[in-house]
Design a protein around this ligand. Structure first.
Ligand SMILES: CC(C)(COP(=O)(O)OP(=O)(O)OC[C@H]1O[C@@H](n2cnc3c(N)ncnc32)[C@H](O)[C@@H]1OP(=O)(O)O)[C@@H](O)C(=O)NCCC(=O)NCCS
Length: 99
């Protein structure tokens, strides 16, 4: 979490994972959010930097996450950090009561 004067202004939610094709562990960013009033001040970058540090400490090689195609603001933000798009993977879903 990111806080300013004891008020939460942003968070990054993650869990660890594993890339079975590459045989290495990774860190999945589940959600990243910075309060609209606190944006463009480096908070998002700081949260991603903290996640990268946690990944390195745990021996993970990579951070991965998903972005809605329509979310151009987030995509630009991530590309500014140096992130690259993965094009060979897509999401699938199934209603929990389907099986
Ligand atoms: C995307 C988001 C997390 C960015 O957080 P932020 O605190 O504003 O980002 P920062 O201030 O750390 O910006 C980091 C860099 O990206 C740039 N940047 C930030 N927002 C940008 C934008 N919308 N377009 C282009 N560049 C942007 C900054 O100028 C900065 O560049 P620099 O480090 O080279 O100076 C924030 O806009 C947000 O919470 N959006 C809504 C939720 C969302 O879409 N989350 C992502 C879900 S996948």
């Amino acid at each position: 979490m990111a806080a300013e004067e004891e008020k939460v202004i942003g968070y990054l939610l993650y869990h660890f994972g594993y890339d079975s094709d590459g045989a290495f562990s990774n860190l999945h960013v589940v959600d990243l959010y910075v309060d609209s009033k606190a944006r463009k001040k480096g908070v998002g970058r700081a949260l991603m930097t903290a996640a990268a540090g946690i990944a390195r400490e745990a021996g993970s090689q990579e951070i991965i996450w998903s972005v809605y195609r329509a979310n151009n603001l987030a995509t630009e933000f991530y590309e500014r950090l140096g992130a690259q798009r993965i094009t060979e993977v897509f999401f699938m879903k199934l209603p929990a009561d389907a099986l």
